[in-house]
Unconditional design. Structure first.
Length: 211
């Protein structure tokens, strides 16, 4: 089962199954956005524990949210919990969700493209030298298959994007992560297409992960 997304996730009409998954993901994102600062901090600590860093026990109320929004499988619950922890770092995104404002639209390849452009616009010499970081991080992500490593690499990329006030389409990211290991690799292909199709080959390191 693959998604016909030739020119990005919203360029053509979504198949019904994808629209349903996006709706369920949106409901989960709304639940997370409704948590108070203390609860969001508790979720971040849970991600630290997943990454082998300092953390505590999983709060009971997290499981209530997962019971409503996840499928009940341990791997699905872990994915939702990790995604919620990443979302908790996005203060601007959370504020927009709470206010019902339109958010960032597009896959994570679009986010990394926006990050690349924001870095290129910088007048700081060191920042401009770091313009290759989005491409490098995206390539690492696209080559990752282990769920634990994927979340670890994604957290690094998310922090970098948020540091430049670049948005993230959280519902779509959750859907994409759920299909990360589909045999067709349609998610990875979409991310690569979003990032590389928007610039001439000589604008980057001339290395396309789709090849």
């Amino acid at each position: 089962m693959t998604a016909p997304l030739e020119d990005g996730p919203r360029a053509v009409r979504e198949p019904e199954w994808l629209a349903r998954e996006r709706q369920r993901a949106q409901e989960f994102i709304g639940e997370v956005a409704g948590l108070d600062p203390g609860q969001l901090a508790a979720i971040r600590r849970q991600l630290d524990r997943e990454m082998g860093e300092r953390g505590g026990c999983t709060p009971w109320w997290i499981y209530q949210i997962l019971a409503r929004c996840a499928s009940g499988r341990p791997d699905e619950e872990r994915l939702h919990l990790n995604l919620a922890a990443l979302l908790s770092m996005d203060r601007r995104g959370l504020d927009s969700i709470r206010k019902g404002l339109p958010g960032f639209s597009g896959g994570f390849g679009t986010t990394m493209d926006a990050l690349w452009r924001a870095t290129r616009r910088s007048t700081d010499t060191e920042a401009q030298k770091a313009a290759s970081a989005p491409a490098r991080r995206l390539r690492i992500l696209l080559d990752t298959t282990s769920p634990g490593e994927l979340i670890f690499r994604l957290r690094q990329a998310v922090r970098l994007a948020l540091s430049k006030q670049v948005g993230i389409d959280w519902p779509l990211l959750l859907v994409h992560l759920r299909h990360w290991n589909d045999s067709s690799k349609w998610v990875q292909k979409d991310w690569a297409r979003e990032f590389y199709s928007a610039r001439p080959p000589d604008e980057d390191e001339q290395t396309n992960p789709e090849e």
